[in-house]
Design a binder for this molecule. Structure first.
Ligand code: SAM
Length: 215
């Protein structure tokens, strides 16, 4: 959308009148839109930096690891709409409280899962297989955690969107070497389709779009 003389990403607000993080809102054609800030959301940064295909559409189901207070979750919720669902996993209870207040209590398609992503078998509220696993947990073993969640919950032909925070994994090695090392772990049904750097919006981060072939 055009806003203050610039083109911006925005999503149609599934909870009109409510904001998730003090984002700007605009009304066009009777619909309220929320401006999607690439400095606050790595998925917006990846889209602006050329992520070829957003594997999300109306009615998609998403397992979101590392929901935090729900900034990106709220936009994913807008995109998948009332017919979709976002299972939002967050292990820090203080952060999860804000996720509940700002996002989950306003949106029926967001199911908060207050659990450790290292233990996917504990997600009793997640039903069936999802279309997309989105992982942004900033842990040294983030890639392994994401892959184990995919094996448990991602459908064959689904997509993993993996945020690679190079500093969480190794503060000494060069970021491109760290990324190379993480992508090399993607074996056994995982096929990296695209890697997008997130600068200038986010330093030392990249996003990988990974196809999951297993049934
Ligand atoms: N994705 C969020 C966004 O764009 O709005 C930001 C996520 S923040 C970088 C990482 C989050 O992952 C933190 O809220 C942290 O508490 C959570 N986290 C880290 N390790 C986790 C784990 N093992 N299980 C669940 N959540 C975890």
């Amino acid at each position: 959308m055009r806003w203050e003389g610039h083109d911006r990403l925005a999503t149609a607000n599934l909870a009109p009148g409510h904001r998730a993080y003090k984002e700007k809102t605009l009304v066009a054609g009777g619909t309220e839109y929320r401006v999607w800030d690439p400095f606050r959301s790595k998925l917006a940064a990846a889209l602006l930096n050329g992520l070829d295909e957003l594997p999300l559409e109306g009615r998609s189901s998403v397992l979101y690891l590392g929901a935090s207070t729900g900034t990106t979750v709220s936009h994913v919720s807008d995109i998948v709409g009332g017919g979709g669902v976002v299972f939002a996993v967050e292990h820090a209870s203080r952060v999860a409280r804000d996720l509940l207040d700002r996002v989950a209590s306003r949106r029926r398609n967001v199911v908060p899962v207050i659990q450790d992503a290292r233990n996917p078998s504990a997600y009793f509220s997640v039903y069936g297989k999802v279309d997309v696993v989105y992982a942004d947990i900033a842990q040294p073993d983030q890639t392994e955690i994401a892959m184990s969640n995919c094996r448990a919950y991602l459908r064959g032909g689904g997509t993993l969107l993996l945020v690679i925070k190079t500093r969480s994994i190794d503060v000494v090695r060069r970021p491109d070497k760290v990324i190379e090392g993480e992508l090399a772990k993607m074996r056994g049904g995982f096929e990296v389709a695209q890697l997008v750097g997130l600068e200038p919006y986010d330093r030392d981060h990249a996003m990988a779009a990974v196809l999951y072939r297993a049934a």
